[in-house]
Design a protein around this ligand. Structure first.
Ligand SMILES: [Zn+2]
Length: 335
């Protein structure tokens, strides 16, 4: 679509009119990290986040928490306005320090899904360990072998590092839990990284204390399971135990945890299956669950499949935010 046509269709008068006509769709955003100073990974700047929120307010969007969205859908209610919902995944301290305050300042009703083992100080996530090791790798190239698989890795530029990280993370997700530990250990060894290295400042986990403070200020906090391992790599018993432990700790440490679950990684088919959705549902802890499958979604779709709720990754530009939040994207998601 030409930029001119696109600007016209999303211009304020047309967007307001269409938002009134199309009405009840929801865009749920998934935010990972604030933008790091060293460019180690993509992230969201607090300034961009605020710019997007101010636009959404002026354009007549409503904000709702993800619990409210699912409750409304299950009660077959229809919002009068298109609705935006903000969620954050994982639970690093810099999310609480840099992004949550912006969301709370504008009453966006955010929800943070936290990795329990990280807050408990048991471990920092395996995928973050890989990211950190690659970003700080002294080698510019590495031939790495694991399980008859050879990875020819290039760390010579930031972009090449990102490509190598994606490849190694994708492979890690495909491994069963006991092999994943070996894989991460041998990769760290090949990269000369101390396997007991504590989380550096940009991977510093939040604590129960900082989560409690954020909860008092209006943040809702929910379960992202314990280990951040994809469900497809865990046994049913391991998944049930993670769901139970995460639920018990959240209930013990916080006032009012979210009743929505967030799948680790969250890509249907590759990271979790229908069978895992049933396991989550059968705990009776939750009214629904969010994935990381992209797309705007209607309340009717949520009502039909509350344990498979789509989210858009929060975009890197204002223009994309306008598009993802728009009635145009909603119609496109439906086609
Ligand atoms: Zn996550």
């Amino acid at each position: 679509m030409s930029a001119f046509l696109y600007r016209t269709l999303t211009s304020r008068p047309i967007a307001s009119l269409m938002n009134m006509l199309v009405g009840h769709y929801v865009t749920i955003y998934m935010i990972h990290r604030p933008r790091p100073l060293d460019g180690a990974y993509d992230g969201v700047s607090p300034e961009l986040l605020e710019q997007c929120i101010l636009y959404a307010k002026a354009a007549g969007f409503e904000f709702a928490s993800v619990d409210e969205v699912i409750e409304k859908a299950l009660a077959k209610q229809k919002p009068k306005h298109p609705t935006l919902c903000f969620t954050l995944d994982d639970g690093y301290q810099d999310q609480l320090d840099q992004l949550v305050p912006v969301l709370l300042k504008h009453q966006c009703k955010p929800t943070l899904f936290t990795i329990i083992d990280m807050v408990e100080g048991i471990d920092w996530p395996w995928d973050s360990r890989i990211s950190d090791a690659i970003w700080n790798a002294r080698q510019s190239q590495l031939n790495f072998h694991f399980n008859n698989q050879t990875f020819v890795l290039d760390f010579s530029t930031p972009e090449k590092k990102r490509i190598s990280r994606r490849e190694l993370t994708r492979f890690g997700k495909s491994l069963p839990a006991n092999q994943l530990d070996q894989y991460v250990a041998s990769l760290l060894n090949a990269l000369d990284v101390d396997p007991h290295k504590p989380a550096p400042s940009n991977y510093k986990p939040s604590s129960w204390n900082s989560l409690r403070q954020a909860e008092k200020a209006g943040l809702r906090i929910g379960s992202h399971a314990c280990s951040h391992r994809v469900f497809s790599a865990l046994s049913d018993t391991q998944i049930k135990s993670e769901l139970q432990r995460a639920h018990d700790l959240l209930a013990h440490e916080l006032e009012n945890p979210s009743r929505v679950f967030c799948y680790p990684s969250g890509r249907a088919l590759s990271d979790f299956s229908e069978q895992h959705t049933e396991l989550v549902k059968n705990t009776n802890f939750f009214i629904g669950a969010v994935t990381s499958m992209p797309g705007n979604i209607s309340l009717r779709q949520i009502e039909q499949q509350p344990f498979l709720v789509n989210r858009h990754s929060f975009p890197a530009s204002f223009e994309k935010f306008v598009r993802y939040s728009s009635w145009l994207e909603y119609i496109r998601s439906r086609i």
